[in-house]
Ligand binder design. Structure first.
Ligand code: NAD
Length: 260
């Protein structure tokens, strides 16, 4: 039996990186999918990639910015109209912002990071939880970061927003556990996605590969993670197997956040 057979799963930020890797893994495990992203080109490439990975998958997509509340309502409505329900929610869309010290951080970028990483995650929860409540079942995986359990130099709004995601996850677990809804957050370390590639470009514009190699030295595994390694954990948390895990923020970082 596939882990997500007969489950309808919504994935935000599905166009590339962790969202796409999870979409592919979830499709292979039998889920019907709603893919959401604000990058229409990447979204349509993602639909093609998912169909290639699992030919019999039922997949639809919706172009939306998760920080736009009306668009969030619309993607939720479209999912219910098409599939009748929502069982799983991978609340993943997020941005890193720029890297700068707290006192000189660009305020517009600061607000944008909060709008997408905090409000976008919240809107998704606000409109999907009532659908799950109706059926007394739901699996939610919010995407925090190691920056949601530790400080990260020069990334104040990112760290603030990801700590907020971890906090909201605990509240979902507390408030909706009695409806059969579990909520967990994941805290990936450095996983090789386009977002992380961009961060290494900011650290060393002339030689991002060297910045990457230097960074990996501090990890107990001496390497960065792969999107597929995150996707496997997310699919477990979205599945019936994770029925008594809730309110947790689970690091997926090769142990790096435990190094002193
Ligand atoms: P990515 O930039 O590679 O992909 C993110 C996807 O989300 C893109 O397709 C982008 O278009 C989409 N997106 C961004 N903002 C959006 C919005 N407002 N509305 C709709 N779609 C939007 O990033 P990634 O590395 O795959 O990161 C995904 C999530 O994982 C983010 O929340 C990020 O903070 C978190 N994360 C990533 C890492 C990592 O190492 N890659 C580590 C910790 C946390």
């Amino acid at each position: 039996m596939k882990k997500l057979a007969n489950k309808v799963v919504v994935i935000t930020g599905a166009g590339m990186g962790l969202g796409l890797a999870t979409a592919i893994e979830a499709a292979k495990e039998g889920a019907s999918l709603m893919l959401v992203d604000y990058n229409e080109e990447k979204l349509s490439e993602a639909v093609t990639a998912v169909k290639k990975a699992a030919a019999d998958v039922k997949v639809i997509s919706f172009a939306a910015d998760v920080s736009d509340e009306s668009k969030v309502k619309a993607y939720v409505a479209k999912t219910v109209e098409t599939f009748g329900t929502i069982d799983g929610f991978y609340n993943n869309a997020g941005i890193e912002g720029r890297q700068a010290p707290l006192d000189s951080y660009d305020l517009d970028v600061f607000k944008k990071v909060i709008d997408i990483n905090l409000m976008g995650v919240y809107y998704g929860l606000r409109y999907i939880i009532p659908i799950m409540q109706q059926k007394n079942y739901g699996r939610i995986v919010n995407v925090a970061s190691v920056g949601g359990i530790r400080g990260v130099l020069n990334q104040t709004p990112y760290v603030a927003s990801k700590h907020a995601v971890s906090g909201m996850t605990k509240n979902v677990a507390l408030e909706y556990g009695r409806y059969g809804i579990t909520a967990n957050a994941i805290a990936p370390g450095a996983i090789l996605t386009p977002m992380v590639a961009e961060a290494f470009k900011q650290i060393n514009p002339d030689d991002p590969k060297t910045a990457e190699t230097e960074y990996a030295k501090a990890n107990p595994t001496k390497r960065l993670g792969l999107p597929e390694e995150v996707a496997k954990v997310v699919v477990f948390l979205l599945s019936d197997d994770a029925s008594y895990v809730s309110g947790q923020t689970i690091a997926i970082d090769g142990g790096q956040s435990e190094v002193y």
